[in-house]
Design a protein around this ligand. Structure first.
Ligand code: GRG
Length: 289
C-alpha cells in the first residue's frame, strides 16, 4: 500500500499544473484538494486489479490519477455550503474554507476535465477503440448515471426514510460507481481477462464499494473527528438515512462482514494474481479511519 501511495503522490504532483503557473490561486487550490492526504483507496484498487491482466504500471498510474482527480473534486464540491457544508477534510480546512467558495467550485470544474485530458494524453490500451471505451467508463461513472446522480439522490433524501434497496441504489451510484470504475480501468490497462473475468471483477468491485459505504456509516458513528480527519457524527446530525440509521449499528457491522465474505467469493476463480484484491477487501472492511 505504501508503495502505491508514494507512487501516486509523485504522479499526481507531476500531472497537476505547477502552483506558479497562472492562474496561481486556482492551481494552488487544485493541488491542495488532491495532494497530501487521502487513503488512495481507488488507486490501490486500480493497481490491485491491474495484476490480473499484467498491466504496465505506467498506464495504471494514469487511470488511477484520473480517478483520484474526479474523487478529489467530488469531495471539494460535497464539502461546500450548498451541499454537505463541512469545514474539515483529511484533517485540514476544506477547500472553500482554505480558499473561497468560488475557487472551490472552479477546482471541481478544472479537475474533472483534467482527468479526461490525462486519459486522452497517454496510451492506455493497445487499440484506440479500447481506450475510448475506458474514457467512457470514467465518464459514465462520474455523471448523472453514476456519482453525480448518487449525490443528487443523497441531497434529496435528507430527512426522509429510505428503504434498504433505495439506500443501496444511492450508494451504488454515489460511492460505488467510482470505486468500480477504478477497479475495472486498472484491469483494462493490461492484456484482457479470461472469460467472465470482467463480470467477476465488477461483482467484486460492486461489493467492496457497498462495503466501503457501510463501514463509512459505522465509522461516522463510532470513530472520532481526530481519527477520521473529517467531522464525525454528521449523518445523524443532518438526519441522513444511513446503514446505521436503517439497520442499527450491530446489523450494519454484520452486513459489512457479509460483504467482505462476498467480495472474497467473487474472486475465487482468479488465481494468486488476485492476492492484492483480497487484501483490499479486508482493508476496506476492517479499516478504522
Ligand atoms: C459533488 C458530484 C459530487 C459528488 C460527491 C463521493 C461524494 C459524492 C461525496 C462524498 C461524501 C461522502 C463522505 C461519502 C462517503 C464515502 C466517501 C466517498 C468517503 C470519502 O472517500 P475516502 O474515504 O476519502 O476514500 P479519502 O480522503 O481517503 O480520499
Amino acid at each position: 500500500m505504501a508503495a502505491v501511495q508514494t507512487r501516486m503522490e509523485a504522479a499526481l504532483q507531476r500531472f497537476l499544473p505547477a502552483p506558479e503557473i497562472l492562474p496561481e490561486r486556482l492551481h494552488r487550490a487544485m493541488r491542495y484538494a488532491v495532494l497530501g492526504g487521502g487513503k488512495r483507496v481507488r488507486p490501490l484498487l486500480a493497481f490491485a486489479a491491474s495484476e490480473l491482466s499484467a498491466a504496465d504500471p505506467a498506464r495504471v498510474e494514469v487511470v488511477a490519477a484520473a480517478v483520484e482527480m474526479i474523487h478529489a473534486y467530488s469531495l471539494v464540491h460535497d464539502d461546500m455550503p450548498c451541499m454537505d457544508d463541512d469545514v474539515l477534510r483529511r484533517g485540514r480546512p476544506t477547500c472553500h474554507v482554505e480558499f473561497d467558495e468560488a475557487t472551490a467550485l472552479l477546482v471541481g470544474d478544472a479537475l474533472q476535465p483534467l482527468a479526461f485530458q490525462l486519459m486522452a494524453d497517454h496510451v492506455l490500451a493497445d487499440k484506440p477503440d479500447e481506450q475510448i471505451e475506458m474514457l467512457k467508463i470514467l465518464a459514465v461513472a462520474s455523471g448523472s448515471r453514476g456519482m453525480a446522480g448518487g449525490q443528487a439522490i443523497d441531497l434529496a433524501s435528507v430527512g426522509k426514510t429510505l428503504s434498504l434497496p433505495e439506500l443501496e441504489f444511492m450508494h451504488i451510484h454515489k460511492t460505488g460507481a467510482l470505486i468500480r470504475a477504478a477497479t475495472v480501468l486498472g484491469a483494462r490497462c493490461g492484456r484482457g481477462l479470461e472469460a467472465n473475468g470482467y463480470e467477476r471483477l465488477e461483482r467484486y468491485a460492486k461489493t467492496v464499494g457497498l462495503a466501503f459505504q457501510v463501514v463509512d456509516d459505522v465509522l461516522d458513528c463510532e470513530a472520532s473527528t481526530a481519527t477520521l480527519g473529517k467531522t464525525a457524527g454528521k449523518d445523524a446530525a443532518q438526519s441522513k438515512p444511513t446503514y446505521v440509521s436503517i439497520l442499527g449499528l450491530a446489523r450494519a457491522r454484520e452486513l459489512a462482514e457479509e460483504l467482505r465474505v462476498e467480495a472474497h467469493a467473487a474472486l475465487s476463480s482468479f488465481d494468486a494474481r488476485a492476492a492484492r484484491l483480497h487484501e483490499l477487501a479486508d482493508f476496506i472492511v476492517l479499516r478504522k479511519f
